[in-house]
Write a protein that binds this ligand. Sequence first.
Ligand SMILES: [Ca+2]
Length: 173
Amino acid sequence: MEGRVGTLKVLVVRGKRLAIRDFKSSDPYVIVKLGNQTQKTKVINSCLNPVWNEELVFSVSEPVGVLQLEVFDRDRFKSDDKMGRAQVSLQDLVSGARLSRALRLSTGETKLRKVAPDGENRLMAESFVTFVAGEIVQEVRLKLSDVESGELELKLRWSENPTSQTTGGAAGA
Ligand SMILES: [Ca+2]
């Protein structure tokens, strides 16, 4: 077993203006991957603005990778069609966690970082990294790539293993 450093909870909130893959609509679901872990949301039938509100939980070990998301249209009699993809760097959460330790935050709510859309991260709005009662939270709105239209809204919640913080040294220096 590799050393686990924390837990990432990915709340797949919803999709908007997704692409049509059937006659008039699609039956979308999202596959979320982190390293060799893969999870997926349920299928929402005939909907281009689906609300999943589904939380997928990943254990995170070093080096912290990139979260990969793919949207598909469920089809019963042929293979599922692609509806675009997105990815999220977890570096902003990781540095937010480091900052929260340096500030010795333990309760309440504190804004830690602001991530601006830069064309490369495909954010559709500013994304804030916030310390909320022991967890590092980041809400992101992403424009899907490799598809004619669509966006995804996510809420990421990161918590570190208490045991991985007991270094006692100058880890944050
Ligand atoms: Ca379908």
